[in-house]
Write a protein of this length. Structure first.
Length: 255
């Protein structure tokens, strides 16, 4: 697994917004607590000064995705959600607080990341803390029967060599999902088209925000890889993408 030994903060200027200049440095500068502005609220988030897995700082896509989700609330209302590449847990914390969303965080199999997300939950009044899954993309998933009908992520396409592993994890989460009784009945009664619910939102689906920082050619490797794996990719605008099982792939998986 390839890791970039640099801080992602060097990739962005302070003009990306969302954060104040207030900063509380901790012992040995191992991490800092910063206040970040999200739609309708401020969150206090502890960020590592450095982390080899780049789970240390908030990326610009976090804030733009939060705004998009507020404007398109129907995508998350009533969904059981897991976030991949949660990092500090800030986006999941925001969604729990603003929507009372049933959400689970997930990131590399690394206890330091899990502990920091739990810390940030408590610092922002979430108790008990959000459930967390330690999972490195491509490895066997800890749950054999995932029941999340929505997977979300922001700014996770930095490492091109990890695309195959990410797609493997996505295929497992999306293709292993079993619809609820109501969803299954809706399909039989013709109230759905393919895997879509009455509201027109696909169940299950992967919703991803990606603020491009890599070459178009590298980026296309991920989307082409998804298509080749039996997933359908749709650009929803504002660099937000919906990825879901292709209908024929879903049908084959149920026969």
């Amino acid at each position: 697994m390839d890791f970039a030994l640099f801080s992602p903060s060097s990739l962005f200027s302070d003009k990306d917004g969302g954060s104040t200049d207030e900063e509380t440095e901790e012992t040995h500068q191992s991490y800092a607590e910063r206040r970040h502005q999200f739609p309708g609220m401020e969150l206090l988030i502890r960020e590592f000064s450095f982390h080899q897995l780049n789970a240390n700082l908030l990326w610009p896509g976090t804030f733009s995705f939060a705004e998009w989700l507020v404007q398109h609330r129907s995508w998350v209302d009533g969904r059981r959600t897991i976030e991949l590449g949660s990092g500090t847990g800030a986006l999941a914390i925001f969604l729990r607080k603003i929507f009372q969303l049933d959400i689970t965080t997930s990131d590399y199999d690394d206890q330091e990341i899990a502990d920091n997300i739990a810390h940030n939950c408590r610092a922002n009044g979430i108790s008990p803390v959000l459930p967390h899954v330690k999972h490195s993309w491509g490895d066997a998933f800890p749950s054999a029967d995932p029941d999340w009908d929505l997977v979300i992520a922001s700014d996770i396409l930095l490492y091109v060599k990890q695309y195959a592993n990410l797609i493997k994890t996505l295929c497992f989460l999306l293709k292993s999902y079993k619809p609820t009784v109501n969803e299954a009945n809706a399909q039989r009664n013709g109230e759905q088209k393919g895997a879509e619910t009455c509201s027109g939102r696909p169940h299950p689906a992967f919703l991803m925000s990606w603020k491009r920082r890599i070459g178009k050619e590298d980026e296309s490797l991920f989307f082409d890889g998804c298509e080749n794996a039996g997933l359908e990719v749709q650009h929803l605008g504002s660099r937000v993408y919906c990825i879901k099982p292709r209908l024929e792939a879903t049908a084959k998986g149920t026969t």
